[in-house]
Write a protein that binds this ligand. Structure first.
Ligand code: CA
Length: 370
C-alpha cells in the first residue's frame, strides 16, 4: 500500500468511526433525554383573565390545573394566578406566548386585536351552541384550524370550558326596538360588540372584575357578562333593573386554555396527552356545571332580588341577526386565514342546523307540547 492509499484508507476509517460515534451519541442523548423528561418535575404557572376562584370560569381554570397535577401523579404542578396577580386580564395571551407563564385560561375573542379571525374560536353572534361548537372543534375541523392559527403566536390552544347560551345582558331601560340601543354604552366583547356598534350603541370591553363598579358609577349604561350563575355572583342586580335574554351574541362561548408551545413540546408524550385531556374534561364539566346551576341562580335573581326578566322582541333579534351575518361575512373577507375559518364554520353551521332542526329543536318543542 503506497502512502497515498494509506492516507485514503485511514481517512475512510476515521470517517466511519466518526459516524458510529456520532450515531451512538445521538441515540444515547435521545434515550437519556426521554428518560430525563419522564422523571422530570415540571412546575408550570397558569395566568387567567378571571378573578381568582370566580365561580365557573375561575374554578374551571383551577380544575384544569388540579386535574393535570393529579392525572400526572404530580409530574406537572400548575399554579393558577387570577387576573392581575401575575399579569392583567387582557395580557394573558402575550404572557403565555412569550413564556412568562406556561399556560393561560381565557377566551379567544379577547385577542381580536391580534387577528380578528381568532374570534371564531370563542363565539359568533347567532353562531353555534355549546354542543355544536364542540362538534365543530373536535370533529368538524375547527380545532385543527385553531391549532394552526395559534402556532403563529407560539401557542397550543385547547377548548377548556363552555358557558352554554349566555344571557343578553343587564339594562336600566327596556329594549323595545333597535332604536333603544342607540347611544347606550355597553360592555359587550367580540363580534357581538361590533354588531352592537352598528346598531347604534357604543361597545366597550372590560374584564369581568371591573363591571360592577362601571355600572354603579355610570361609566357603563349596560353590560352583559355570562348567565345567572355568574351574574348573581357579581351582584349586577343591585345596579341594573332589567335582565334580558337570549344571549344572541354568545350562544355557546368556548373558553380556552393556551399553552406555550415550547413548554408543550418539551413534555414527554404522555404528559402532553394529560394536559390536553384535562382541558377536554373541564370543557365538558364546566358546561355541565352551568347547566345545573343557572336556573337556581335565575330563581334567586327573580324571586329574591326582584330582577325584571325580559325577552328581546323578535323584531330586535331579527335585525341583530341581519347585522351579525354582515359582520361575520365581512370578517371572512379580511384575509385568507379568516376566509378558511369562516368557510369551515359556515358549512358546519348549515349542516348542524338542519340536523338540530329535527333533533334538538323538535324534541324541545315536543317536551313542552300542551
Ligand atoms: Ca359574555
Amino acid at each position: 500500500m503506497n502512502k497515498r492509499d494509506l492516507v485514503k484508507k485511514l481517512g475512510v476509517s476515521l470517517l466511519l468511526v466518526g459516524m458510529v460515534i456520532t450515531a451512538g451519541c445521538s441515540q444515547k442523548d435521545e434515550v437519556t433525554s426521554e428518560k430525563e423528561k419522564a422523571v422530570k418535575i415540571y412546575k408550570w404557572k397558569m395566568v387567567t383573565t378571571w378573578p381568582k376562584n370566580f365561580p365557573g370560569l375561575g374554578t374551571g381554570a383551577n380544575n384544569v390545573a388540579e386535574l393535570i397535577t393529579k392525572m400526572s401523579g404530580g409530574r406537572i404542578t400548575v399554579k393558577v394566578y387570577g387576573a392581575k396577580e401575575l399579569v392583567p386580564a387582557f395580557e394573558v395571551f402575550d404572557a403565555v406566548s412569550r413564556g412568562t407563564a406556561e399556560m393561560g385560561h381565557g377566551a379567544a375573542y379577547y385577542w381580536k386585536g391580534k387577528n380578528e379571525a381568532i374570534q371564531f374560536f370563542s363565539t359568533v353572534p347567532f353562531g353555534l351552541t355549546a354542543q355544536e361548537m364542540n362538534g365543530w372543534l373536535y370533529h368538524g375541523g375547527g380545532l385543527k384550524l385553531w391549532t394552526e392559527v395559534y402556532a403563529q403566536y407560539n401557542l397550543v390552544p385547547a377548548a377548556a370550558g363552555n358557558t352554554g347560551v349566555q344571557m343578553g345582558g343587564w339594562f336600566n331601560k327596556e329594549i323595545n326596538s333597535l332604536a333603544d340601543l342607540k347611544g347606550l354604552k355597553m360592555r359587550i366583547p367580540g363580534l357581538g360588540g361590533e354588531v352592537f356598534k352598528r346598531a347604534g350603541g357604543t361597545p366597550v370591553n372590560l374584564p369581568g372584575g371591573e363591571l360592577y363598579t362601571a355600572l354603579q358609577t355610570g361609566a357603563l349604561d349596560a353590560t352583559e357578562w355570562v348567565g345567572p350563575y355568574n351574574d348573581l355572583a357579581f351582584g349586577f342586580y343591585k345596579v341594573a333593573k332589567y335582565y334580558y335574554y337570549p344571549g344572541w351574541h354568545e350562544p355557546g362561548t368556548t373558553l380556552e386554555a393556551i399553552i406555550n408551545k415550547e413548554a408543550f413540546d418539551a413534555l414527554p408524550e404522555d404528559l402532553q396527552e394529560i394536559v390536553l385531556s384535562a382541558c377536554k374534561i373541564v370543557n365538558q364539566d364546566m358546561l355541565a356545571e352551568y347547566t345545573a346551576r343557572n336556573n337556581a341562580a335565575l330563581n334567586t335573581l327573580v324571586n329574591e332580588h326582584k330582577v325584571q326578566l325580559r325577552a328581546f322582541p323578535d323584531d330586535v333579534l331579527k335585525e341583530l341577526r341581519k347585522i351579525s351575518d354582515e359582520v361575520v361575512a365581512e370578517l371572512a373577507g379580511k384575509d385568507e386565514t379568516a376566509k378558511r375559518i369562516y368557510t369551515s364554520f359556515k358549512k358546519y353551521r348549515e349542516q348542524v342546523n338542519d340536523w338540530h332542526e329535527i333533533s334538538e329543536r323538535a324534541f324541545m318543542r315536543a317536551r313542552t307540547l300542551k
